[in-house]
Design a protein around this ligand. Structure first.
Ligand SMILES: [Zn+2]
Length: 85
């Protein structure tokens, strides 16, 4: 028979897994301060209640990559301007 602690740990692990499968995040397609973009990793789909964006997890990852790259570019631009001045 399992102890109460073991059962509690199992429940916690299940909760954690559920969090990984399903996330609410800040939408990368529109500006917002509360997460209204829902990412369902298990089904591989993404839906934003803020702007109505309905897409896939792959597209979401690509968008995040794109944002990260443009931010890196911005940092490089700022450095270049500082160097010139
Ligand atoms: Zn959105």
């Amino acid at each position: 028979m399992r102890s109460l602690l073991q059962r509690l740990l199992m429940v916690l692990a299940r909760w954690r897994n559920r969090d990984i499968d399903y996330m609410r995040v800040l939408c990368p397609w529109h500006k917002e301060y509360t997460g209204s973009c829902h990412v369902d990793y298990r089904r591989g789909c993404v839906f934003c209640f803020g702007c109505g964006k309905d897409t896939t997890v792959e597209e979401y990852r690509r968008k995040l990559d794109e944002i990260r790259r443009s931010r890196e570019q911005e940092v490089r631009d700022v450095r270049a301007t500082t160097d010139v001045a």
